[in-house]
Design a protein around this ligand. Structure first.
Ligand code: DAH
Length: 337
């Protein structure tokens, strides 16, 4: 194209220049108009040919780009990998699902709670040492409020039991998944923010057998039908009697190994029969809010339980350090995809 341009339009030796010198410039006056017109027509057609060539060259370049990159069907496509549930979310959903199939609904509550819902209504007296076991993270500048109204990060999901009973009359069956916060020194098995699933079942004639049967079924559904459960006396202010539930070690089947400290059993959750003091606190609050009392302790009973989701996920997936769940490290997370 450049050779064509030089041959016709070159300033020194282009043919148009030669034609102009040899014909146009020396033409007699009476022929100048006609020769001028023909000269201009020639010039226009040369320039048109040139710009057409230029255009088609650009087009060809574009075209070759398309075929080389975008339209090369032999290249692998851009891989879009589907997202999957985080192992903690998955574990939480499975726990909730097991209880869902037993007729439990899901309850939720705020992560910033008042002292009343987190402690007082759950039968933790003020200054009671049981509060110390929960290493509470409190919201700053609350000292001018009465204790029960002071805000804190909930230390357990149990306050949602209270909120739910204030809202609903028995019978009641619900599970409460959610984040909780404690001022913990973090290590391989403890974090300052972790997740729990709380459970509550309230009706007339609910007994400790119902608690045992329900949790035994849930553990078999979560860990396999050969898993056994057993219950040990414990203490929580909001249950009486209280128990710690253990399952037979899922690693050794109960024979004894390092994971179960050679006992054959692993402690998994806290539970118990709802303390009458809790029902009374609920009814006092219902009355305060203009509702009818509904939790007559002569007629109504219930059980409750609470479990740590991280601990269950660690056991199910064989994870040895709880912090891994929160690192967002793809090499770790991909293993659960
Ligand atoms: N809230 C207790 C904790 O965080 C766990 C718990 C124990 C919940 C017994 C319950 C229960 O509902 O009945 O340590």
């Amino acid at each position: 194209m450049e050779a064509f341009r030089l041959a016709w339009l070159g300033r020194k030796n282009g043919r148009l220049k030669l034609i102009s010198d040899a014909w146009l410039k020396v033409a007699p006056i009476e022929a100048k108009r006609l020769i001028g017109q023909r000269f201009n027509a020639l010039k226009v057609s040369i320039e048109a040919a040139l710009s057409e060539a230029e255009n088609s060259q650009v087009w060809n370049l574009l075209k070759s780009d398309f075929t080389a990159a975008a339209l090369d069907v032999t290249l692998p496509g851009t891989l879009r990998r589907p997202g999957v549930e985080h192992p903690l979310v998955k574990t939480m959903a499975e726990i909730v699902g097991v209880f869902g199939r037993m007729g439990y609904s899901v309850g939720l509550g705020p992560e910033v709670e008042t002292d009343f819902y987190n402690f007082e209504s759950l039968n933790f007296p003020p200054n009671h040492p049981a509060r110390d076991t929960q290493d509470t993270l409190v919201i700053a500048d609350q000292d001018n409020k009465p204790l029960r109204d002071r805000l804190l990060m909930r230390t357990h999901t149990s306050p949602v039991q209270i909120r739910s009973m204030i809202e609903q009359e028995p019978p009641l069956r619900l599970v409460v998944p959610g984040k909780v916060y404690r001022n913990e020194a973090e290590d391989a098995t403890h974090l300052a923010r972790f997740q729990q699933v709380e459970g509550l079942c309230v009706d007339s004639n609910i007994t400790f057998s119902d608690l045992k049967g329900t949790l035994d079924h849930a553990m078999k559904a979560l860990f396999g039908s050969s898993v056994k459960t057993r219950f040990f006396p414990s203490f929580f202010p909001f249950t009486e009697p209280s128990a710690d539930m253990q399952i037979s070690c899922i690693f050794c089947g109960g024979k004894g190994c390092r994971k179960c400290k050679h006992s054959g059993w692993i402690e998994l959750l806290g539970c118990g029969m709802v303390d009458p003091a809790v029902f009374q606190a609920v009814d006092r609050k219902r009355v305060e809010l203009g509702r009818a009392p509904a939790y007559d302790t002569a007629r109504i009973s219930g059980f409750a339980f609470g479990m740590g989701v991280e601990r269950i996920a660690m056991m199910r997936y064989g994870v040895s350090s709880v912090g891994l769940f929160y690192t967002a490290d793809m090499r770790f997370l991909e293993q659960f995809a």
